[in-house]
Write a protein of this length. Structure first.
Length: 108
């Protein structure tokens, strides 16, 4: 029986399944908070039942366990103008939050 949900998190749409570990842009948490709840659920599926929200599914949510923060791979930004002796090299590493999907609560 296939179960999944598509959530709106950190400005992006993410497809999640139970017990899946996902990396999304940093989620700010209060002290000692270990769970994150996403209530902006776009689509849910449980077996043959598919619910599509307009824009979100009512009553649906995804509960995730917070695992910690990691850094993404380094992105290199390189600017150059030929024959002008102009070169600039910068790097950026995005901080990501690691979450494990505990359960998907389906809407009414």
């Amino acid at each position: 029986m296939e179960q999944f949900a598509i959530i709106h998190a950190s400005g992006k749409q993410v497809r999640v399944e139970p017990n899946q570990v996902i990396d999304i842009e940093r989620v700010r948490l209060k002290e000692k908070q270990k769970e994150v709840t996403f209530d902006k659920v776009l689509v849910t599926r449980k077996g043959d039942s598919l619910q599509v929200g307009q824009p979100y599914v009512k009553g649906a949510s995804v509960i995730c366990e917070y695992l910690g923060e990691i850094k993404d791979v380094k992105k290199v930004i390189f600017k150059m103008r030929r024959r002008k002796n102009y070169r600039r090299k910068k790097g950026h590493r995005q901080i990501l939050s690691q979450l494990r999907v505990k359960e998907i609560q389906y809407g009414a």
